[in-house]
Write a protein that binds this ligand. Structure first.
Ligand code: PYC
Length: 307
């Protein structure tokens, strides 16, 4: 078995786009996601797990659109499962299309399991994505995090479900990746235990707000993803959830820029417009292609579908 992939990173966070050898899927993006999960989960495991991948990679299946006004259907996945949307991944998909000479034009409409996302390619090399409607669902929710105590945060949807923490956490060493990971993973488990979320989505990401290190950023974040790995970029859906919270609090006006730094120093620039039920966030960043390769899964390799 072979899979042709193009790898990229968006502000530090890797994306692996399946460009050949993957299964043909039918139906809506949500149906395609279900078919991938139920019948072809080896694709996800081979792409996003060792020894051919690693736990930080987000994979993207792309294929013909199921609706006429989109260019592609996309399903995102990672080391443990499937995502509703992925902001850095969308930027990676668009950069991959540009690399392959397959951009349909300056704007690309992608249909995902949670709705249509419109990406724009800019002359300076950046890509902006207009994400699905995002909103804050609940404010000031307190979760008891074992080992850390009660932690307050907002629950928001930005294409995935987020618990966003702004309060300083006593005893947390915010200069240490290991400490941030340990805390954020414990917080994510506590959110899941508490069943945070709403119809059609659950909290599967935790986003911790920090003061920026870059002089051109308004804030910095640390985001832990469903597989327990942290986002190297500022996280596109996390930026969208953050914008929804800022909008709900009246701390950011429509059209005003918010510059968010990721844990590894990359930057996403966001703004929003208000719509019924929330906001439509736009998130802009840059991706770079890192490899074009073929994954080979030999029949006698016990680890052909990942560890
Ligand atoms: O950029 O939305 C994002 C994302 C989700 C998980 C990893 N990155």
């Amino acid at each position: 078995m072979r899979l042709r992939v193009v790898d990229s990173h968006s502000e530090g966070e890797p994306t692996r786009v399946l460009v050949g050898g993957g299964p043909a899927l039918e139906g809506t993006p949500a149906e395609k996601r279900a078919e991938l999960e139920q019948t072809h989960d080896w694709v996800r495991r081979s792409c996003c797990r060792e020894p051919r991948g690693h736990e930080a990679i987000v994979g993207a299946w792309i294929g013909p659109p199921s609706v006429p006004d989109c260019h592609l259907d996309v399903v995102f996945f990672n080391n443990v499962g499937y995502l509703g949307m992925c902001g850095h991944g969308t930027i990676g998909v668009v950069e991959t299309l540009r690399h392959l000479g397959q951009l349909p034009g300056p704007s690309v409409r992608l249909n995902t399991p949670v709705g249509v996302v419109e990406a724009r390619v800019h002359e300076d090399g950046t890509v902006s994505i207009e994400n699905v409607v995002s909103y804050r669902w609940d404010k000031g929710v307190v979760v008891d995090v074992p080992g850390w105590g009660p932690v307050r945060g907002d629950v928001a949807f930005g294409g995935n479900g987020f618990f966003l923490i702004e309060d300083a956490v006593t005893g947390l060493d915010t200069s240490s990746t290991e400490a941030m990971l340990a805390f954020a993973r414990a917080a994510l488990s506590a959110c899941q235990e508490a069943g945070l979320g709403s119809t059609g989505w659950v909290v599967d990401h935790v986003e911790v707000a920090l003061p920026p290190l870059r002089p051109d950023a308004d804030a910095r974040n640390f985001v832990v993803c469903p597989g327990g790995e942290y986002d190297r970029s500022p996280c596109g859906t996390g930026t969208s959830a953050k914008l929804a919270c800022l909008a709900a609090d009246g701390r950011l006006a429509p059209g005003e820029e918010f510059r968010l730094e990721g844990w590894c120093g990359g930057l996403f620039v966001g703004h929003f417009r208000t719509v019924e039920g929330g906001i439509v966030p736009t998130v802009r960043g840059r991706a770079w292609v890192t490899a074009e390769t073929e994954l080979i899964m030999l029949a006698d390799d016990p680890f052909r579908f990942g560890l």
